[in-house]
Design a binder for this molecule. Sequence first.
Ligand code: HEC
Length: 93
Amino acid sequence: MLLAVSGTMAGDIEAGEVKAILCAACHGHNGISINNNWPNLAGQKEAYIVKQLKDFRDGRRSGEVMPETAQSLSDEDIEDLAAYYSSLDPNRH
Ligand code: HEC
């Protein structure tokens, strides 16, 4: 694997892909969601995804479904998921 380490983050793209099975029902298999209520994640900045997931989990951001979904995620899960989604091409559906 390439050294895709930026700052203090060291998410594992392949581990994130496996964990993303939980998320694909809403955010799509390529990180492109199937409707306008669920945001696309493909190509989103890794640091942004990490922050949003921690904010949902730790109660700093509210939402319809994500606060509950994020409860089960560890910091490592979040970093792996962020690495995976940020690696996807937002133009490939
Ligand atoms: C049941 C549908 C559903 C599932 C499953 C789901 N999400 Fe979401 N996600 C949403 C919705 C809806 C939002 C918008 C915020 C809200 O309403 O909670 C969102 C928002 C987000 C955001 C913020 C996007 C932004 O641009 O700010 C991230 C990041 C995210 N989800 C990641 C995940 C990850 C990672 C998983 C799997 C662990 C996951 N989601 C599972 C529906 C879902």
